[in-house]
Design a protein around this ligand. Structure first.
Ligand SMILES: Nc1nc2c(ncn2[C@@H]2O[C@H](COP(=O)(O)OP(=O)(O)O)[C@@H](O)[C@H]2O)c(=O)[nH]1
Ligand SMILES: [Mg+2]
Length: 355
């Protein structure tokens, strides 16, 4: 899974990237906009997996997220950005929004106004998609006349609908795509269709006022607070010293993004984890909520999916409470499920398949 961190210059993108990836890329007040970007792969922490690995005495293999720090995007320039491919590639977008004040750090729009910037960036994503659609429609208008192909006609009709949707100022993530439509537009990698996390980077003076902006995940969007600089400083202290300093900053209830981020993004993107256990590894897999056992088997290997017979399923908690499969089976907690079974978060799944 790929998450791309993007935003206007000097909003704290690299600061966040460093926090999440434990890297030390340069965080800089004055550097000119550069064309470089950063990339790191991190493991998704999951204490459940560690407990299972302890039980099986096999190494835990965590799910992974790739973070891209897309570098600065000038105001109004998403559509022309050299980094646009990093946005297109992402499964989810993280928009860093400035809410801290620092007179030495120039903020492109002039004043600090996170609500305005959240709306402006959403507009930029929509505009970018709109231009993509317009360009494709021009081409399609010609091709449809020439070729009379059913697929082209369907694409044309769908794109016209999406264009109307965008004209009504709605992002494409709110469009109710049918499965067939989703396949039709997949190649466009529309930006306003991607899950979006607005991360409001506040300081001790602005964080209270920003609280009203926070919004839990809904319709593929969410807004969370981040006290980037303070969090970075606090994390340099010993854990037991942090609460006192937090209080001093008026951030007693503050939840560290470094710890919360993955939970937040899993909720945003509607993802769950399931586990496979075996002789050589104990492994966590990422899955879209609502996926079937058959979908899950395909994550592991196309051969397993092809030969799918049944899935043996048990929740990780039941498994550990029973101290293994034998007692779990006796108690009827190990279930045999078919292709259509919807996998739930934290289940151990063992696939039976024909080779
Ligand atoms: N005062 C303050 N400065 C911050 C905060 N977050 C980032 N900065 C500063 O903003 C500058 C740019 O940060 P950076 O992460 O490099 O921004 P990027 O251009 O978005 O990658 C650096 O000097 C940071 O120390 C914050 O919460 N408060
Ligand atoms: Mg940067």
């Amino acid at each position: 899974m790929i998450l791309t961190i993007f935003g206007y210059p000097k909003t704290g993108k690299t600061l966040l990237f460093n926090l999440l990836t434990r890297k030390k890329e340069k965080v800089d007040k004055f550097s000119a906009a550069s064309t470089e970007f950063h990339k790191a792969v991190v493991e998704v922490p999951d204490p459940r997996l560690q407990q299972l690995a302890d039980h099986f005495k096999t190494p835990p293999v965590y799910a992974k997220i790739e973070f891209l720090d897309a570098g600065a995007i000038s105001l109004g320039e998403v559509k022309n950005s050299t980094f646009i491919d990093l946005l297109r590639r992402a499964d989810g977008l993280v928009h860093l929004v400035r809410a801290f004040s620092d007179e030495e750090i120039v903020h492109a729009p002039g004043t600090v106004d996170p609500a305005r910037d959240i709306a402006a960036m959403e507009d930029e994503l929509k505009t970018t998609d709109f231009l993509t659609i317009e360009k494709r429609l021009e081409r399609l208008a010609v091709d449809v006349k020439k070729m009379k192909v059913k697929e082209l006609q369907e694409e044309l009709e769908l794109l016209l609908k999406l264009k109307t949707f965008l004209e009504a100022a709605r992002p494409l993530r709110e469009y109710p795509f049918t499965e067939k439509e989703e396949v039709l537009v997949r190649g466009f990698k529309f930006l306003s269709a991607k899950p979006l996390l607005n991360l409001v980077n506040a300081d001790e003076n602005s964080i209270q006022a920003c609280a009203a902006l926070a919004a839990p995940a809904g319709q593929g969007k969410c807004t969370a607070l981040f006290a980037g600089k303070i969090e970075t400083e606090l994390l340099e202290l010993a854990a037991e010293e942090r609460p006192a300093f937090q209080e001093e900053y008026g951030l007693s209830g503050y939840r560290y993004i470094r710890d919360e981020f993955i939970k937040t993004s899993y909720a945003l993107m509607d993802l769950i984890s399931f586990f496979t256990v075996g002789e050589d590894e104990t492994k966590a897999w990422t899955l879209e909520k609502g996926s079937s056992a058959f979908d899950a088997s395909g994550k592991i290997h196309s051969d397993i999916q092809k030969g799918f017979i049944r899935a043996e399923v048990i929740s990780w908690r039941d498994f550990l409470d029973c101290d293994g499969f034998a007692r779990a089976k006796e108690k009827g907690l190990l279930r045999l499920e078919g292709k259509e079974y919807v996998i739930r978060d934290g289940e151990i799944v063992h696939f039976r398949f024909n080779t």
